[in-house]
Design a protein around this ligand. Structure first.
Ligand code: 2DT
Length: 213
Protein backbone atom coordinates (compact mmCIF):
# COMPACT_ATOMS: atom_id res chain seq x y z
CA UNK A 1 0.00 0.00 0.00
CA UNK A 2 1.39 3.33 -1.03
CA UNK A 3 1.12 6.37 1.24
CA UNK A 4 1.57 10.08 0.69
CA UNK A 5 4.92 11.83 1.05
CA UNK A 6 5.64 14.25 3.86
CA UNK A 7 7.79 17.14 2.67
CA UNK A 8 8.87 19.97 4.94
CA UNK A 9 10.22 23.28 3.71
CA UNK A 10 12.36 25.07 6.25
CA UNK A 11 14.28 28.23 5.75
CA UNK A 12 15.47 31.56 6.96
CA UNK A 13 13.45 34.73 6.88
CA UNK A 14 13.35 36.26 3.39
CA UNK A 15 14.34 32.93 1.83
CA UNK A 16 11.05 32.71 -0.07
CA UNK A 17 9.90 29.73 1.97
CA UNK A 18 6.20 30.50 1.85
CA UNK A 19 6.31 31.31 -1.89
CA UNK A 20 8.18 28.08 -2.65
CA UNK A 21 5.84 25.95 -0.55
CA UNK A 22 2.86 27.44 -2.38
CA UNK A 23 4.55 26.96 -5.78
CA UNK A 24 5.29 23.30 -5.02
CA UNK A 25 1.70 22.82 -3.94
CA UNK A 26 0.45 24.24 -7.25
CA UNK A 27 2.85 22.05 -9.20
CA UNK A 28 1.63 18.95 -7.42
CA UNK A 29 -1.94 19.85 -8.24
CA UNK A 30 -0.98 20.39 -11.89
CA UNK A 31 0.34 16.83 -12.16
CA UNK A 32 -2.83 15.56 -10.54
CA UNK A 33 -1.50 14.77 -7.07
CA UNK A 34 -3.51 15.23 -3.92
CA UNK A 35 -1.67 17.47 -1.51
CA UNK A 36 -2.36 19.35 1.65
CA UNK A 37 -0.59 22.51 2.72
CA UNK A 38 0.32 22.96 6.38
CA UNK A 39 2.11 25.75 8.14
CA UNK A 40 3.63 25.93 11.60
CA UNK A 41 2.93 27.75 13.76
CA UNK A 42 -0.71 27.09 12.94
CA UNK A 43 -2.05 30.32 14.40
CA UNK A 44 -5.72 29.28 14.11
CA UNK A 45 -5.88 26.85 17.05
CA UNK A 46 -6.22 27.92 20.72
CA UNK A 47 -2.49 27.25 21.25
CA UNK A 48 -1.72 28.95 17.94
CA UNK A 49 -3.48 32.12 19.10
CA UNK A 50 -1.21 32.27 22.16
CA UNK A 51 1.82 31.84 19.90
CA UNK A 52 0.56 34.58 17.59
CA UNK A 53 0.14 37.04 20.46
CA UNK A 54 3.67 36.24 21.63
CA UNK A 55 5.22 36.70 18.18
CA UNK A 56 3.50 40.05 17.78
CA UNK A 57 4.86 41.05 21.20
CA UNK A 58 1.34 41.39 22.55
CA UNK A 59 2.20 38.96 25.34
CA UNK A 60 5.34 37.83 27.12
CA UNK A 61 6.10 34.24 27.98
CA UNK A 62 8.99 32.37 29.52
CA UNK A 63 11.32 31.03 26.76
CA UNK A 64 10.65 27.44 27.79
CA UNK A 65 6.90 27.94 27.98
CA UNK A 66 6.68 29.34 24.44
CA UNK A 67 8.95 26.56 23.18
CA UNK A 68 6.58 23.95 24.55
CA UNK A 69 3.59 25.73 23.04
CA UNK A 70 5.22 25.62 19.58
CA UNK A 71 5.77 21.89 20.06
CA UNK A 72 2.23 21.31 21.37
CA UNK A 73 0.96 23.14 18.29
CA UNK A 74 2.58 20.38 16.17
CA UNK A 75 1.34 17.55 18.38
CA UNK A 76 -2.19 18.92 17.95
CA UNK A 77 -1.94 17.95 14.28
CA UNK A 78 0.30 14.88 14.49
CA UNK A 79 -2.41 12.23 14.27
CA UNK A 80 -4.11 14.06 11.41
CA UNK A 81 -0.81 14.16 9.50
CA UNK A 82 -0.39 10.41 9.94
CA UNK A 83 -3.95 9.72 8.91
CA UNK A 84 -3.64 11.85 5.77
CA UNK A 85 -0.35 10.22 4.76
CA UNK A 86 -1.86 6.76 5.15
CA UNK A 87 -4.76 7.85 2.95
CA UNK A 88 -2.31 8.76 0.18
CA UNK A 89 -2.38 12.53 0.68
CA UNK A 90 0.96 14.30 0.20
CA UNK A 91 1.71 16.83 2.91
CA UNK A 92 3.70 19.98 2.28
CA UNK A 93 4.61 21.75 5.43
CA UNK A 94 6.00 25.26 5.87
CA UNK A 95 8.26 24.99 9.00
CA UNK A 96 8.24 22.08 11.48
CA UNK A 97 10.17 20.90 14.53
CA UNK A 98 13.47 22.11 13.06
CA UNK A 99 12.37 25.74 13.37
CA UNK A 100 11.35 24.93 16.93
CA UNK A 101 14.90 23.90 17.84
CA UNK A 102 16.68 26.54 15.77
CA UNK A 103 14.81 29.52 17.17
CA UNK A 104 14.68 28.46 20.82
CA UNK A 105 18.28 27.24 20.94
CA UNK A 106 19.41 30.51 19.41
CA UNK A 107 17.90 32.25 22.44
CA UNK A 108 20.27 30.22 24.62
CA UNK A 109 18.17 27.21 25.61
CA UNK A 110 20.09 23.90 25.51
CA UNK A 111 19.86 22.17 22.12
CA UNK A 112 18.93 18.74 23.52
CA UNK A 113 16.26 20.26 25.74
CA UNK A 114 14.78 22.01 22.71
CA UNK A 115 14.68 18.81 20.68
CA UNK A 116 13.09 16.64 23.38
CA UNK A 117 9.40 17.62 23.10
CA UNK A 118 9.39 16.99 19.33
CA UNK A 119 10.88 13.49 19.56
CA UNK A 120 8.43 10.97 18.02
CA UNK A 121 6.49 13.41 15.87
CA UNK A 122 5.78 11.99 12.39
CA UNK A 123 9.03 12.35 10.47
CA UNK A 124 9.13 14.06 7.10
CA UNK A 125 10.47 12.03 4.17
CA UNK A 126 12.37 15.08 2.99
CA UNK A 127 13.34 18.47 4.38
CA UNK A 128 14.20 21.18 1.89
CA UNK A 129 16.16 23.89 3.66
CA UNK A 130 16.12 27.24 1.85
CA UNK A 131 19.36 28.89 2.74
CA UNK A 132 20.09 32.59 2.33
CA UNK A 133 22.94 34.70 3.66
CA UNK A 134 22.08 37.57 6.01
CA UNK A 135 23.53 39.94 3.37
CA UNK A 136 21.14 38.68 0.67
CA UNK A 137 18.24 38.78 3.09
CA UNK A 138 19.05 42.42 3.72
CA UNK A 139 19.09 43.15 -0.02
CA UNK A 140 15.57 41.77 -0.16
CA UNK A 141 14.33 44.52 2.09
CA UNK A 142 15.45 43.38 5.51
CA UNK A 143 13.32 41.73 8.13
CA UNK A 144 9.77 42.34 9.30
CA UNK A 145 8.22 43.48 12.54
CA UNK A 146 7.85 40.25 14.48
CA UNK A 147 9.81 39.25 17.53
CA UNK A 148 12.50 37.07 15.89
CA UNK A 149 13.03 39.12 12.75
CA UNK A 150 16.39 40.59 13.66
CA UNK A 151 19.73 40.07 11.95
CA UNK A 152 21.62 38.80 15.01
CA UNK A 153 18.97 36.22 15.75
CA UNK A 154 18.77 35.10 12.13
CA UNK A 155 22.53 34.49 12.03
CA UNK A 156 22.37 32.23 15.08
CA UNK A 157 19.31 30.45 13.72
CA UNK A 158 21.16 29.72 10.48
CA UNK A 159 24.04 28.08 12.39
CA UNK A 160 21.72 25.87 14.38
CA UNK A 161 19.77 24.81 11.28
CA UNK A 162 23.13 23.77 9.83
CA UNK A 163 23.81 21.54 12.81
CA UNK A 164 20.33 20.00 12.68
CA UNK A 165 20.75 19.16 8.98
CA UNK A 166 24.15 17.59 9.43
CA UNK A 167 23.00 15.45 12.34
CA UNK A 168 19.86 14.44 10.50
CA UNK A 169 21.76 13.16 7.48
CA UNK A 170 24.23 11.24 9.65
CA UNK A 171 21.37 9.62 11.59
CA UNK A 172 19.42 8.63 8.49
CA UNK A 173 22.54 7.76 6.48
CA UNK A 174 21.14 9.71 3.54
CA UNK A 175 20.25 13.13 2.28
CA UNK A 176 16.95 13.56 4.02
CA UNK A 177 17.92 17.19 4.61
CA UNK A 178 18.71 19.05 1.42
CA UNK A 179 20.14 22.57 1.40
CA UNK A 180 18.93 24.75 -1.45
CA UNK A 181 20.58 28.07 -2.26
CA UNK A 182 17.63 30.43 -1.96
CA UNK A 183 19.61 33.56 -2.79
CA UNK A 184 18.85 32.99 -6.50
CA UNK A 185 15.87 33.83 -8.71
CA UNK A 186 12.58 32.44 -7.53
CA UNK A 187 12.23 30.28 -10.70
CA UNK A 188 15.65 28.67 -10.25
CA UNK A 189 14.91 27.85 -6.64
CA UNK A 190 11.51 26.40 -7.65
CA UNK A 191 13.22 24.15 -10.21
CA UNK A 192 15.53 22.73 -7.53
CA UNK A 193 12.65 22.27 -5.12
CA UNK A 194 10.71 20.36 -7.75
CA UNK A 195 13.72 18.23 -8.73
CA UNK A 196 14.01 16.99 -5.15
CA UNK A 197 10.31 16.56 -4.48
CA UNK A 198 9.35 14.91 -7.77
CA UNK A 199 10.75 11.48 -6.96
CA UNK A 200 8.74 11.26 -3.77
CA UNK A 201 5.29 12.12 -4.97
CA UNK A 202 4.65 8.88 -6.80
CA UNK A 203 3.92 7.51 -3.34
CA UNK A 204 6.09 5.44 -1.08
CA UNK A 205 5.47 2.14 0.63
CA UNK A 206 7.95 2.90 3.42
CA UNK A 207 6.34 3.01 6.86
CA UNK A 208 6.00 6.44 8.47
CA UNK A 209 8.92 6.92 10.84
CA UNK A 210 9.17 9.12 13.90
CA UNK A 211 11.52 12.04 14.43
CA UNK A 212 14.69 11.21 16.37
CA UNK A 213 13.31 7.93 17.75
P1 2DT B 1 6.39 32.39 10.43
O1 2DT B 1 6.98 33.73 10.12
O2 2DT B 1 6.79 31.31 9.45
O3 2DT B 1 4.90 32.42 10.68
O4 2DT B 1 7.05 31.92 11.81
N1 2DT B 1 9.11 29.54 15.25
C1 2DT B 1 8.40 28.72 14.44
C2 2DT B 1 9.61 29.12 16.47
O5 2DT B 1 10.25 29.86 17.21
N2 2DT B 1 9.37 27.82 16.85
C3 2DT B 1 8.65 26.96 16.07
O6 2DT B 1 8.46 25.79 16.46
C4 2DT B 1 8.15 27.42 14.80
C5 2DT B 1 7.36 26.50 13.93
C6 2DT B 1 9.98 31.15 13.53
C7 2DT B 1 6.94 32.70 12.93
C8 2DT B 1 8.15 32.63 13.79
O7 2DT B 1 8.06 31.55 14.72
C9 2DT B 1 9.32 30.93 14.85
C10 2DT B 1 9.47 32.46 13.06
Amino acid sequence: MSRGAFIVIEGLDRSGKTTQTAALYEQLKEVGKVAKLLKFPDRTTAIGKMIDAYLRSQSDLDDRAIHLLFSANRWELASEIEKDLKEGINILCDRYAFSGIAFSASKGLPYEWCRAPDISLPSPDLVLFLDISPEKAKERGGYGEERYEKEEMQKKVREIFKRIGEEMNVATAGAKWVVIDAGRDCEDVAKDVWAHAEGLIEGTSQPITRLWD
